[in-house]
Design a protein around this ligand. Structure first.
Ligand code: ATP
Length: 666
């Protein structure tokens, strides 16, 4: 058994590596997490007060002299830090070690030598391990923050007792409420951390770990212990505690809900409660964490967990991030990304990231998605045609496959509508975000900025705002939202300064060109002009300032002219929140909205689903291509009127796009 590499610094890490301590019966013992542990992070040869392990050479009357002990040591796989001989008592000698892996190999060797008659001592290991309790460790990690919050809450409570005017009172109350929520979240995170470690330890000790009623283990380790993997799992738990993503605090609750739904599906065949709508703030950890939670607890069995994204860029970058975070916790090929369709794709990985379009194409080949046990439809608020078609097909599939589960995720989706569509399924809200994002409304009417040729005035306003931020604000990447490739390229050209690098981001760039926005450019501020490809899912490390033009280009079918028109219109509140949410992910951020607060209030809450914007014939064609003949019975999330479907299908027949016999027309 090889222990993972030593990690310097943390007392908790020390206690965690001590899970590898094995008692004389060769069963892993409870690590120092509770009582004792040992240090692995001392430099080799470093002498200190006491060793972690002492191998005693016990005997009755046998004595060993220094010479013979050194001779014995020469035959051992590892030399001890130091050794002693004793002339009296039941001990003849002792060997001092710090690393458990070395101690274990030496013990095995000593026993082999004894059994082959090379010596007559009984080797005996004494652990000599002192470690602070987990409470101390947790206090050191997050306790300071908790104390600061507690002090601030006390101070606010004191101020509230004074005579204040109503406005000040309300401000204090709101602030205190926020701080209380933050403290609560930290406490929940600590509980979750303890639960995670406890769950691992119980499995290592093989104590019967009954699944709690309606609950679920957060880890399923299996019966063969892979110590290196267990070490990585524990290290990831520590990182999760440190990172403070809000979703971590709710892990057990989320898994319980998903687990509960699994049970209810088994109990009642026609109870299709295997769907969860998960709503959480941007950056709360939905896309990167949930797949790992599900993979860790094994709730999805042997099937893959598929997480769909509206865009390839997001699918790729999420897969990369999850791979990075879970390195060593799963097999190397466990996290994979299929951004484009290929018939050769296999679903033998634990987690697959793909676009919703790609999953639809897989559906055309395998109508039961047989290798997939859980589908996570992410960024459901976008309500693209692909997402809507996917949701409808999965809804139908849930009736056939009782082992299939669905999670629909977004920060800004209409949860009630989606829950209603999925048989009144459960909705889970993840409260909190990692870092604050200040919103500033900076309406630009007064700037008198005029457009240039095909470039509208708001593009000039965006460049102006970006220049101002660059000149007046501290360091941090600026991400500015425009509506099209032309605007993005124009803005990049206009914003030229030696102290910054301006980068375009839009859908027409190659993967390598898009990837440039994730690189760092030492000594220069990164300024990214983007279309709405960067509106959802993406974490571009270092983005501190977001400039939201408030505009988006969208194509809409106009029945009057029978044409689809590309138009620049206001974004929805949902889009504006998503854009702001690109900041505040790796540090506090600020979003400059180039419109007024009342403009924001006047925006529609959610963007229109794509099915309402395209010619219905497009949707009908897609449905037919999926092999569904009876379009009238198709269970749309936002169902068009039967008359509209009838007209669209007749239209397609007239155009010769489909044959009448291809579909069951009324
Ligand atoms: N590539 C990355 N580099 C650095 N940090 C990252 C990266 N990807 C994710 N993170 C961290 O993980 C956090 C959670 O990201 P995740 O994408 O899971 O959030 P989310 O809740 O799905 O957000 P959204 O609703 O905006 O998609 C981010 O806020 C950021 O702190």
């Amino acid at each position: 058994m090889i222990l993972p590499p030593t990690i310097a610094g943390s007392r908790l890490r020390r206690c965690i590596t001590s899970t590898a301590i094995v008692q004389s019966n060769n069963r892993p013992c409870r690590p120092g997490y509770y009582s004792s542990s040992y240090e692995l992070d001392r430099p080799p040869g470093h002498s200190h007060k006491s060793p972690n392990f002492v191998i005693q050479l016990r005997s009755g009357n046998w004595r060993i002299n220094r010479y013979a002990l050194d001779d014995l040591i020469d035959k051992l796989p590892f030399a001890p830090r130091s050794s002693f001989v004793f002339s009296k008592g039941f001990l003849s000698g002792s060997l001092l070690y710090d690393q458990w892996s070395e101690t274990l190999e030496v013990i095995v060797k000593l026993w082999r030598m004894r059994l082959s008659g090379s010596h007559s001592f009984t080797p005996w290991v004494k652990r000599n391990v002192e470690v602070p309790s987990d409470e101390d460790e947790l206090k050191a990690r997050v306790g300071e923050k908790l104390e600061l919050l507690r002090d601030e809450i006390c101070e606010l409570s004191r101020l509230l007792k004074n005579r204040n005017n109503l406005r000040v009172c309300n401000e204090f109350l709101k602030k205190r409420e926020g701080l209380e929520k933050e403290s609560d979240l930290i406490r929940k995170r600590i509980e979750e951390f303890k639960r995670g470690i406890e769950c691992i330890i119980q499995q290592l000790e093989e104590t019967s770990l009954e699944e709690e009623e309606g609950g679920s283990r957060v880890f399923k380790i299996g019966t063969v212990f892979d110590w290196s993997k267990i070490h990585c799992l524990m290290m990831r738990e520590c990182r999760r505690l440190d990172d403070g993503l809000p979703i971590f605090a709710f892990r057990q609750q989320i898994l319980r809900q998903i687990h509960y739904q699994q049970i209810s599906a088994l109990v009642a065949l026609y109870n299709h409660q295997r769907v969860t709508v998960l709503i959480g703030e941007t950056g709360s950890g939905k896309s990167t964490q949930l797949v790992q939670f599900l993979a860790d607890c094994g709730v999805t069995g042997n099937g893959s967990i598929v997480c769909t994204q509206p865009r390839k860029l997001a699918a790729n970058s999420l897969a990369q991030r999850v791979k990075q975070e879970s390195e060593g916790c799963y097999e190397d090929t466990s996290i994979i990304c299929y951004p484009s369709y290929s018939s050769g794709h296999k679903f033998d990985s634990k987690v697959v990231f793909m676009t919703d379009h790609c999953l639809l194409q897989h559906y055309m080949v395998d109508k039961t998605l047989s290798k997939i046990s859980c589908i996570i439809v992410d960024e459901a608020h976008e309500r693209s045609l692909d997402t809507d078609l996917l949701l409808a097909l999965i809804k139908n599939l849930l009736l056939q496959r009782l082992d299939l589960r669905l999670v629909i995720m977004s920060a800004t989706a209409d949860a009630a509508q989606l829950a209603d569509y999925f048989f009144g399924c459960g909705t889970f809200h993840v409260a909190g975000r990692t870092f604050p994002v200040d919103i500033e409304y900076v309406p630009c009417e007064s700037t008198g900025c005029l457009g240039v040729g095909p470039i509208s005035s708001y593009v000039c306003d965006v460049v102006k705002m970006v220049t101002e931020i660059h000149e007046t604000e501290g360091e941090g990447t600026i991400l500015a939202f425009l509506t099209s490739q032309i605007e993005v390229e124009w803005a990049c050209e206009k914003f030229q300064t030696l102290s910054a690098i301006s980068l375009p981001l839009h859908g027409k760039l190659s993967y390598e060109e898009q990837h440039r926005v994730f690189l760092s450019y030492p000594g220069k501020r990164k300024v990214i002009f983007t279309t709405n490809v960067a509106e959802t899912s993406l974490t571009i490390p270092g983005v501190k300032y977001v400039v939201d033009s408030g505009m988006v280009k969208e194509s809409r079918f106009e029945p009057g002219t029978c044409m689809s028109i590309l138009r620049i219109c206001n974004v929805s509140q949902s889009s504006a929140k998503q854009r702001a949410g690109r900041a505040g992910r790796t540090g506090p951020g600020r979003c400059y909205r180039l419109y007024s607060e009342s403009d924001f209030e006047g925006m529609s809450h959610h963007q229109d689903p794509e099915i309402r914007k395209v010619h219905l014939g497009v949707a009908v064609l897609r449905i037919l291509a999926l092999g569904i003949k009876n379009v009238h019975d198709f269970d749309f999330v936002d169902a068009p009127s039967p008359k509209a479907i009838e007209m669209a299908t007749r239209n397609l027949v007239q155009l010769g796009a489909v044959w009448k016999k291809m579909m069951l027309m009324n």
